[in-house]
Write a protein that binds this ligand. Structure first.
Ligand SMILES: [Zn+2]
Length: 143
């Protein structure tokens, strides 16, 4: 078993209509050997497993060796061809994320739960990405 120090929350930064096929195709198109996330959660709350937890996924450069990556499908608003960050998690997505985090917490009691953007600290001016478009560190601090 890998030693897990971090559990990262992401958004896929894609339309909410994307599913397993589209996500895996995107990772292949990027030339990645492993998916960007271990788990993705659809707007209906379905949990998709993209990689097993012993696989090193491609979510956050420099952290992947010791990280589990979770993404909700969505995280952007597309208007007039312009894409902006948006926390559009559905109630079902929120429930599945919380349930998954509680399960992971039992397997990795020492792991820190962070949003992707939190690797750059708490100052939004320092964030290179908005992902996951909400304060995951705070929201999941009790898990
Ligand atoms: Zn991310």
């Amino acid at each position: 078993m890998r030693h897990i120090t971090h559990i990262f929350i992401h958004c896929t930064a894609t339309p909410q209509t994307w599913g397993y096929k589209e996500l895996m195709a995107e990772f292949r198109n990027k030339g990645w050997k492993a998916p960007g996330y271990h788990y993705a959660i659809t707007p209906s709350g379905e949990l998709l497993t993209l990689a097993d937890e012993d696989t090193v996924a491609n979510g956050v450069k420099g952290y992947n060796q010791h990280a589990i990556h979770i993404a909700y499908i969505g995280g952007i608003s597309i208007r007039n061809g312009k894409t902006t960050p948006l926390d559009n998690r559905t109630t079902q997505q929120r429930q599945t994320i919380t349930r998954l985090l509680r399960q992971l917490r039992t397997r990795y009691p020492q792991a820190t739960i962070l949003g992707h953007r939190d690797i750059w600290g708490s100052n939004p001016n320092k964030w290179l990405k908005a992902c996951p478009c909400f304060n995951a560190r705070e929201e999941y601090s009790g898990i």
